[in-house]
Design a protein around this ligand. Structure first.
Ligand SMILES: Cc1cc2nc3c(=O)[nH]c(=O)nc-3n(C[C@H](O)[C@H](O)[C@H](O)COP(=O)(O)OP(=O)(O)OC[C@H]3O[C@@H](n4cnc5c(N)ncnc54)[C@H](O)[C@@H]3O)c2cc1C
Length: 473
């Protein structure tokens, strides 16, 4: 079995460590942030310092695919999450009325979520990972560079370990970079003489403004609309979480300068109050101070095989370090864990005996299984950015893209047809990709017919002028 070192003990670094250790690999995780996970959910929320993860206290929901991978591959994490108060919920069983769902059907179990605040969820993953045989987590230990050995392919650097910030060199059979959106991996690769990975970086991004709340009696606000709703130039997020807590988010784009005023709690609240389907989510005790903001949330993809050749052997990137997209869709953890499964499976199938073959096999498996989710999310993000730009100008966005039309119609058809509802949930909860769903031409036709009025069927909210007035512009 292999000696594997992982850079980063975020959600995906921890999940990967456990998946690989379960297969007998010897896994060491290096994490820059020093603080260990607190043992209680309140402390994980209040006191856990995680400067390395900017989104640590921003709204998160962990979707059905994430839950499915935990339940099947890491059931001890699922159990520990439930013990810590995480919310197991199924929109079909407990949120949507039977008149909409058409009643419970075999297979509806797949729509179950196991979710909680980011800090609480990660603390549980970290605690279980620390107790997992074969996993060692070294916190307060930043990685500074890659180490190289003799190339296995002439001209392509071979990574055989890491150099820590304190100068220590750690050798390994495989380095897995899970250092998040701002990973230094491209710079480290440049330092060892590797070609730069190809990088696709969108030129504009989303901005998040979020707050968390708690009820006095552990109940959660009623969900009157989808967790993510696009309302003119803003999107709302209303996400149930653990232990009677929830989060509320407003998502805008960096092009919409006037809405940067949403960082002011009074203006943020005024805007949420103007959204009839989510205003009641304000009726709880705020459990954070002020509005948490994160900007420059671009879509970014990195390709580590160029013209059929890996830029280096002995090193791979997964999770946000490989690709990240607009987090409003809530797919990051699900896509990241899918990627971790792919890594585990390629180690099983191909192994590390031939590092070039492994690099290629991992690249191909990523491209087949994980990248389509990134591409689908990226396409949605581009459309959303253009929708907002058009709405700011007072125009109607009409890209003439059949997939865009089909997805919009499907969302509108969901409350009118149980099959369309489930097809929409499949996409939203990262169970089936849009192209897989729409390969069913009968379903596609039904969605287009039942949801043809999608342009008029928009959630209620302020006009652009009212919105600008609410933020004081
Ligand atoms: C605002 C926002 C909201 C989101 N909401 C959702 C959601 O609702 N649902 C969802 O599934 N996803 C969501 N995401 C995405 C999700 O947070 C990420 O997909 C997920 O955190 C990726 O995990 P990761 O382990 O790849 O990276 P991260 O969680 O970013 O972890 C990277 C880790 O690497 C460490 N590190 C970095 N450099 C070094 C180094 N040199 N040495 C040692 N350690 C290092 C960091 O300290 C950090 O701990 C959201 C993201 C954002 C930005």
């Amino acid at each position: 079995m292999a000696k594997v070192v992982i850079v980063g003990a975020g959600v995906i670094g921890l999940g990967t460590a456990m998946l690989l250790a379960q297969d007998g690999h010897d896994v060491t995780v290096f994490e820059r942030d020093p603080a260990p996970p607190p043992s209680s959910a309140p402390d994980a929320w209040k006191v856990w310092e995680r400067r390395g993860v900017n989104q640590f206290r921003l709204p998160h929901a962990f979707l059905a695919r994430f839950r499915q991978i935990l339940d099947t591959e890491l059931p001890k994490v699922s159990r520990a999450l439930e013990a810590a108060g995480a919310l197991r919920m199924n929109y079909v069983r407990s949120v949507l009325p039977e008149t909409v769902t058409g009643g419970w059907r075999p297979g509806d179990e797949s729509y179950e979520l196991l979710t909680g605040r980011r800090s609480v969820t990660e603390a549980v993953l970290a605690t279980v990972a620390e107790g997992t045989a074969g996993v060692s987590i070294r916190r307060g230990t930043a990685v500074a560079a890659l180490e190289t050995g003799a190339p296995v392919v002439p001209g392509i650097p071979h990574v055989n370990g890491l150099r820590l910030q304190n100068g220590t060199i750690v050798h390994a059979d495989l380095v897995v970079d899970v250092a998040g959106r701002r990973s230094a991996l491209p710079a480290w690769l440049a330092e060892i003489g590797a070609r730069r990975p190809s990088e696709e970086l969108a030129d504009s991004g989303f901005v998040y403004f979020g707050r968390h709340f708690r009820s006095a009696d552990g109940t959660l606000p009623a969900q009157f609309g989808p967790a993510l709703m696009h309302i003119g130039t803003i999107s709302s997020l209303s996400l149930p979480a653990d232990n009677g807590t929830w989060s509320l988010g407003i998502v805008t784009t960096s092009a919409d300068r006037a809405l940067l005023a949403l960082r002011d709690p009074t203006r943020w609240e005024a805007v949420v109050r103007s959204l009839p389907l989510v205003a009641h989510w304000l009726d709880g005790e705020p459990i954070d101070v002020g509005v948490k903001v994160m900007a420059k949330l671009e879509d970014r993809y990195r390709g580590f095989v160029i013209d059929g050749e890996p830029v280096a052997t002995g090193v791979v990137a997964i999770g946000d370090s490989w690709a990240c997209s607009n987090p409003a869709n809530g797919r990051g953890a699900s896509i990241g864990m899918l990627h971790a499964q792919v890594l585990r499976d390629q180690l099983r199938a191909v192994g590390l005996g031939d590092p070039k073959r492994f690099a290629e096999a991992f690249y191909i498996a990523t491209a087949e299984t994980v990248e389509p989710w990134y591409r689908a999310t990226f396409a949605q993000d581009r459309h959303r950015l253009h929708e907002v730009e058009a709405a700011i100008r007072g125009d109607i966005y009409d890209p003439g893209d059949p997939l865009y039309e089909a997805e919009k119609a499907l969302a509108a058809a969901g409350p009118r047809d149980p099959d369309c509802l489930r097809a929409g949930l499949d996409i939203r909860l990262v169970l089936r990709r849009p192209d897989e769903v729409f390969a069913d031409s009968a379903l596609r036709e039904r969605a287009l017919e039942l949801g043809e009025d999608w342009r008029e069927d928009t959630p209620p909210g302020p006009t652009r002028e009212e919105l600008l007035s609410l933020v004081g512009s």
